[in-house]
Design a protein around this ligand. Sequence first.
Ligand code: ZN
Length: 213
Amino acid sequence: MSSVNLSQPTSRNIRSSILSPGKVSREEAEEAVRTMILWLGDDPLREGLLDTPARVVRAFEEWFSGYRLKPEEILSMTFEEVEGYAEPVTLRGIQFESYCEHHMAPIIGVVHISYIPDRKVVGLSKLARIVDLYAKRLQVQEKLTAQIANTVQAVLNPKGVAVMISAEHQCMSTRGVLKHGVDTITTQYTGEFSLDKSRQSQFVKLVTSGISR
Ligand SMILES: [Zn+2]
């Protein structure tokens, strides 16, 4: 490893990102993609690949847009005129795409969220946006599940939150053990969902009835 030359662009990228995460320039990110293309054995200067680094960086901005969002802003608008509605509000089958933090391979699946309001409710689309806020980052499914549940609990302060995620990990289906069609299922409960087992089984029954994934 003594041949590592810190004046090379790749090493400079790594060094600057360690020194100041999030401060890597677009140019440096594009250079890193060019390095990967070269490492694969292709020519980044051939016509078909010329604009690829710029496109990859733009795609990454979209796939990892969650780093730029704040949960407090998404969940700030709540409503209290719900005529005393106090039973769970459940969103079933919110589709998401994330990327595993070990291989940067896609994790594709669905999230089910339920919360028991304590007077205030939140716009339904906001819960879907919370999913994206955490999904569009480098993730492990266990952490994603906990982050969604804990954030809804902390910001909205309902009587309880339940989250279930069912997803396929492409780092397992397209490489390594090469097992297709395996769903990884994780759950996280807070408040009444955590204390009351009947609340939990109600939730599980509701979100798993009549759906295949
Ligand atoms: Zn992985």
